[in-house]
Design a protein around this ligand. Structure first.
Ligand SMILES: Cc1cc2nc3c(=O)[nH]c(=O)nc-3n(C[C@H](O)[C@H](O)[C@H](O)COP(=O)(O)OP(=O)(O)OC[C@H]3O[C@@H](n4cnc5c(N)ncnc54)[C@H](O)[C@@H]3O)c2cc1C
Length: 353
């Protein structure tokens, strides 16, 4: 099978690039390792409502995502932030803080961010998408890049866009080998949020709102370090979500973890928190299509991202990096995924000299 452009990775970056190439009538294939599209964007559903298990927010000033949402006819809403915040100290003692929410001013998407993926995938012909299709090796011979798929099949292309975290791109075998400095840069680029995990507890009533709490909580004890309201834009079922504050090595016993999470939610929000309709946990650190061994130490500060010089122009420009971690301005974020896809598109459509 031959195509002009092989996009490797069907997260927001790869899929938005695929959508733009579709509009331009260009020849391409998108190979995605998982059996679903979206990458770090994923969701659980309950009674027809959707809850984000990966990213949830975008912010004012992020113009690409604002435009994409408007172009797709989707709607944003403000993160619920009315009411007081809860604090928990290292002893598990809780305290109510007045009228402050740490994510006030951020936006969420009606129907969850997975709507972006659903709408974008509808804009790309299914014949251009290959799911459960992990690329294990890339070989350049003359003007052709040959991609080896898990299982032995191949795709040949004029060029390849690596729309995935550089650390995962470093797991692909390259022939001819890439310079050591390029491989080192790929390993050194930490994947944003890859070491983290998220828990979502779904309830039939927003009992925290009913007593004037925003659902936002900060804890020094854990296991959740930071909690927010994750309810749909209108109606229920309602939800609280939290980021796990304990490192991946301390998250192995899921049964114990669930008990600790429910105890903590009860300390913070009262006895009704003890019996959710469901409690879902997504540990990104053990998902091999997001995290690798280097990500087992989660990042707590946002790194400076961008495309290192040593990753530019590889294989005579036939190897293009295009995931969020190589975006200069908004690297790591959803907006960065769109920025990186835009930069990749510019390289792909640049007139040949
Ligand atoms: C818990 C969590 C919370 C977050 N919160 C926010 C937030 O609130 N706001 C925000 O802006 N950002 C947030 N982020 C970051 C955001 O999710 C990312 O910026 C964005 O989704 C990255 O998109 P991407 O397409 O560049 O990469 P990815 O989504 O990682 O997509 C890469 C794709 O490549 C595929 N792949 C990997 N290896 C191969 C291979 N060998 N062959 C083929 N395919 C392969 C993967 O399966 C994946 O689908 C969060 C992330 C997480 C995990």
């Amino acid at each position: 099978m031959h195509t002009d452009t092989l996009i490797i990775g069907g997260g927001l970056a790869g899929l938005s690039l695929a959508s733009r190439l579709t509009d331009l009538g260009q020849s391409f294939l998108l190979a995605e390792a998982r059996d679903r599209l979206g990458g770090r964007i994923s969701a659980v559903r309950h009674e027809g409502a959707t809850y984000d298990m990966g990213p949830a927010w975008f912010w004012p000033g992020q113009q690409r995502i604002a435009k994409l949402i408007s172009d797709l006819g989707l709607r944003r809403f403000a993160q619920y932030s009315r009411g007081d915040l809860m604090f928990e100290n290292t002893q598990g003692q809780t305290q109510r803080g007045q009228g402050f929410s740490s994510m006030q001013g951020s936006y969420r998407l009606e129907g969850g961010l997975i709507r972006l993926i659903e709408c974008l995938s509808e804009s790309v012909p299914a014949s251009h998408l290959r799911l459960s299709c992990a690329i294990t090796a890339l070989t350049k011979q003359g003007d052709t890049v040959t991609a080896q798929l898990h299982g032995g099949r191949t795709i040949t292309a004029g060029r390849a866009v690596l729309a995935l975290p550089p650390r995962l791109a470093a797991q692909i075998t390259y022939a001819p080998a890439l310079p050591n400095t390029s491989m080192e840069a790929m390993h050194q680029t930490a994947t944003w949020m890859a070491g983290h995990a998220k828990a979502v507890a779904i309830y039939d009533r927003p009992f925290w709102r009913e007593v004037g709490l925003s659902g936002n909580a900060m804890s020094r004890l854990g296991p959740l370090a930071e909690i927010h309201d994750a309810s749909p834009a209108q109606g229920g079922p309602y939800a609280l979500f939290g980021f796990l504050g304990v490192p991946p090595q301390a998250r192995n016993d899921e049964h114990a973890l669930r008990q600790h999470i429910l105890s903590q939610l009860t300390r913070l929000f009262g006895s009704q928190a003890a019996t959710p309709l469901s409690l879902s946990i997504k540990d990104w650190a053990i998902d091999p299509f997001t995290a690798n061994a280097q990500d087992q130490q989660p990042l707590y500060a946002h790194p400076d991202y961008g495309l290192p010089a040593t990753l530019c122009g590889l294989w005579d420009g036939k190897l293009i990096f295009g995931g969020t971690e190589v975006a200069q301005q908004f690297g790591g974020y959803l907006e960065g995924a769109l920025e990186a896809a835009e930069n990749a598109l510019r390289l792909l459509t640049k007139p040949e000299r």
